[in-house]
Design a protein around this ligand. Structure first.
Ligand code: CTP
Length: 229
């Protein structure tokens, strides 16, 4: 008869354990959209913030999957790493991995535009100006936000050069995030950054500057407190 309460408390412990030790998807780095076999459109992004988040999450005993565009840095050894090139590749890999994840932190800077026509051969110089038509690429975070189930969470970044807080909050709603981290262009490829974390009510719940590795720890701990309780 005493077995039932024991079983229930074991089950409760397992649920708590699952919450504390999440499987976290991190998108990281830039993506590339090729115009021809040699040239591409991309974003300036080093992957350093994604790497710092992954390291901090692993130190907190979370399981980490990184879907990364081309970067010149090393990710922590304990993470599963999936390398991608285009935004569509990132979307495909992220959607697949997210099925088995508790949440996503979208630190990537996926390219927002792709050439309507990708030339098979190198575009030759003629001395004349050329025009390339671009169409909007997929939005990885918005797709995950729109398809997540109620047990899953999503955290975005917003890189803004003006009206930061209001634009970041608009992005949080548009991409259905639980939290969004506002940063600015000085963070690009740098070792330091200044961030503000904004919650779903529009409140700034963190406002800090420092090395990306310190910020990674602060962000993971805040996510732990806000989304993994
Ligand atoms: N993001 C994404 N897929 C894209 C573009 C952005 O998943 N195609 C994610 C980023 O990883 C980030 C968030 O969306 O977490 C916001 O990215 P940001 O570059 O700030 O904004 P954009 O959505 O690209 O919008 P805009 O360029 O108009 O500011």
């Amino acid at each position: 008869m005493a077995a039932l309460p024991v079983l229930l408390s074991v089950q409760r412990c397992l649920i708590m354990w699952r919450k504390w030790m999440a499987r976290i998807l991190i998108t990281s780095g830039p993506t590339r959209q090729y115009l021809d076999p040699v040239r591409y459109l991309s974003n300036a992004s080093s992957g350093k913030m994604g790497a710092a988040l992954a390291k901090a999450a692993i130190e907190r005993k979370h399981e980490v999957v990184i879907v990364s565009g081309p970067v010149g840095i090393d990710y922590p050894a304990g993470a599963k790493i999936i390398n991608v090139v285009s935004t569509n590749d990132m979307l495909t890999a992220a959607v697949e991995e997210f099925k088995t994840c508790d949440g996503v932190i979208a630190a990537a800077a996926p390219c927002d535009y792709r050439a309507v026509t990708v030339e098979t051969h190198k575009i030759k110089k003629t001395g004349a100006a050329i025009t390339v038509e671009f169409e909007q690429a997929d939005d990885v975070l918005a797709t995950l936000g729109n398809t997540k189930i109620k047990e899953q969470w999503s955290v975005g970044f917003a890189l803004e050069t003006q009206n930061g807080q209001s634009r970041a909050f608009a992005k949080l709603k548009q991409k259905r995030c639980d939290l969004i981290i506002l940063n600015n262009a000085s963070a690009i490829e740098a070792d330091v950054s200044s961030i503000q974390m904004i919650d779903a009510a529009g409140s700034v719940i963190m406002d800090v500057s420092g090395s990306k590795s310190d910020l990674g720890v602060r962000i993971i701990d805040k996510i732990g407190a806000k989304l993994l309780q």
